[in-house]
Design a protein around this ligand. Structure first.
Ligand code: PEP
Ligand code: MG
Length: 556
């Protein structure tokens, strides 16, 4: 690929940054079970294991020293395992007695430990993932290849992958990755959402990205959706200068003084603290499933209380809207979802999990009620993926039974939007999940970058459904939040307010830009923009009509 080549994708997280490419490391293949090392060569295999174990323990020790909080505890647990003399002595015995290769011996030893832990069940079974992590680290060191997943580097890099699993993206926090480029993925995939929350520019749907050689410098433009290979030095310098965040003063309002609370979307305590630092007025969406990605068994009530308290503590006396587990589809949780589903986006996800496993929801509500009791935040609870009034009524009853008084639902299905008036009779508020509402209205998978034009909240059909919900909220005198990615789009924000949104929730980094956009328009402007957008025939016409109206009001 020649210098200056520009690849086009879809920008899903804004910003411009340049850094060398690092590819997501593939999973390690199982080492050959049939290879037999000749007796004279076995000493070399034994020392390969011993050296690798020492090197891994050393790497983990230095990374532990730099890490904080939960990451530090996880790394330290892995370091202890890597230093476990039993692991090394069992593996080396396999080399000496059976002629296994160093990599195969470590693999088999780890498998034995895994079986032992899995048989013990409970908390011990959770350690299986730690054993695999250490196994992969030692084998990668023996084979001199990268650990599977996000590579660890000391210098900033752009991560390039076919696609990223939620657990990979979660591992980005605190590392040196400065941008993401993937061949697959859509604008509202969780890769995109996490990239936005971490403030990493991201471009998805870049055909040919995985063919870019390791080490080439990439200029990633998350606004334009472009990726330039080995750009000129002057362009790299411009990108550095352009990285700015707009500050928010903590009070969302329109130009005529009407208050419009601006809230944060978070996935855990660290995000919540970032939201508080960014002056968010509260939390409009706490994605609880993000606390448990990568877990194979359900968290206990005590573990949940701890996770939820961490988030509530960041917003004392403020509103925190907690969403019950939205497992399934693009973020499956092994303890909540079936292993295989034909159409997971249309399957047993979100609130529907409670049909099969009501205990999971009841435990979560119990944990939330206890966390709310112990913290001063104003906790509200809502369910994802609601389609009927009966589902909403049953959810509300369960929440109130658990002692949680303010109950809402997300509007993510066209059915829920059309039934908004009836839904307001059984819940206190709703929150528009525009990512899924667009996906289900347009029948377009939110993970497919090829369908990004359909998966667009500017589509008039989506705007008309939002308008139905806004009108029902006004009639009922109840809150209509927006917590999908549309809520963080400064051009769309006035339209959403005109359609009836009473608060907007977004990744904390978007607060400043959205606040500035709203501060420049009156309620009347918002209503006119909303009318024009809703009556447009296409997404492009909706954009154009709103641009004209808001440009006119800016000249007042
Ligand atoms: C949405 O669908 O808009 C939403 C906020 O939920 P999630 O993105 O987590 O599915
Ligand atoms: Mg959703």
């Amino acid at each position: 690929m020649s210098s200056g080549t520009v690849l086009q994708g879809r920008g899903v997280s804004p910003g411009r940054v340049a850094a060398p490419v690092v590819h997501l490391a593939p999973a390690l293949p199982e080492p050959d079970a049939d290879a037999v090392v000749a007796v004279p060569d076995r000493d070399a295999e034994v020392s390969a294991i011993e050296w690798a174990a020492v090197a891994v323990a050393d790497q983990l020790r230095s990374r532990t020293a730099q890490a904080t909080g939960e990451t530090r505890a996880i790394l330290d647990a892995s370091r202890l395992l890597a230093s476990d003399p039993e692991l090394v002595s069992e593996a080396t015995a396999l080399v000496r007695a059976k002629g296994r290769t160093a990599a195969r011996a470590v693999w088999e030893t780890a498998a034995g430990h895994e079986r032992g832990l899995a048989a013990l069940g409970g908390r011990m079974a959770e350690r299986v993932a730690d054993i695999r992590d250490v196994r992969d680290r030692i084998i990668a060191e023996i084979l001199q290849v990268d650990m599977p997943g996000v590579p660890e580097r000391d210098e900033p890099f752009v991560l390039v992958a076919t696609d990223l699993a939620p657990a990979d993206t979660a591992a980005l926090d605190g590392g040196r990755c400065v941008a993401l480029v993937t061949e697959q993925g859509g604008p509202t995939s969780h890769t995109a959402i996490i990239a936005r929350s971490l403030g990493l520019p991201a471009v998805v749907g870049v055909t040919g990205a995985v063919g870019i050689p390791d080490g080439a410098v990439l200029l990633v433009d998350g606004d334009r959706g472009t990726v330039q290979v080995d750009p000129a030095e002057s362009e790299v310098a411009d990108a550095r200068a352009a990285a700015t965040v707009v500050a928010f003063d903590g009070r969302g309002r329109l130009a005529d003084g009407r208050r419009l609370p601006l809230l944060a979307n978070v996935g855990g305590a660290a995000d919540a603290r970032a939201g508080a630092t960014a002056q968010a007025e509260g939390i409009g969406l706490f994605r609880t499933e993000f606390c448990f990605l990568g877990r194979s068994d359900a968290p206990t009530v005590a573990e949940q209380i701890e996770a939820y308290r961490g988030v509530l503590a960041a917003f004392p006396g403020r509103k925190v809207v907690v969403r019950t587990l939205d497992a399934g589809s693009d973020k499956p949780l092994p303890f909540a979802n079936a292993e295989q589903e034909e159409n997971p986006a249309l399957g047993v996800r979100g609130l529907r999990i409670a049909r099969r496993n009501p205990g999971l929801l009841d435990d979560q509500l119990r944990a939330l009620a206890a966390a709310a009791e112990q913290e001063s935040a104003d906790v509200e609870v809502m369910a994802p993926m609601v389609a009927t009034v009966d589902e909403a009524a049953e959810f509300a009853a369960r929440c109130r039974g658990a002692g949680l008084e303010r109950v809402g639902i997300m509007i993510e299905t066209p059915s829920a939007a059309l039934l908004a008036a009836e839904l307001f009779e059984v819940v206190d508020f709703v929150s528009l999940g525009t990512n899924d509402l667009a996906q289900y209205t347009m029948a377009a998978d939110r993970l497919l970058s090829d369908l990004g034009d359909l998966n667009d909240p500017w589509q008039p059909a989506v705007l008309r459904l939002i308008g139905i919900v806004g009108a029902a909220g006004r009639a009922a005198g109840k809150h209509v939040g927006v917590c999908g990615e549309a809520g963080g789009d400064p051009t769309l924000a006035p339209v959403l307010v005109g359609l009836g949104a009473t608060s907007l929730s977004m990744t904390p980094r978007s607060l400043g830009r959205v606040a500035a956009a709203l501060d420049a328009v009156t309620e009347d402007d918002c209503v006119r923009a909303a009318e024009a957008a809703r009556n447009a025939a296409t997404a492009a016409e909706a954009h154009e009509a709103v641009r004209e109206i808001l440009a006119g009001s800016a000249g007042r």
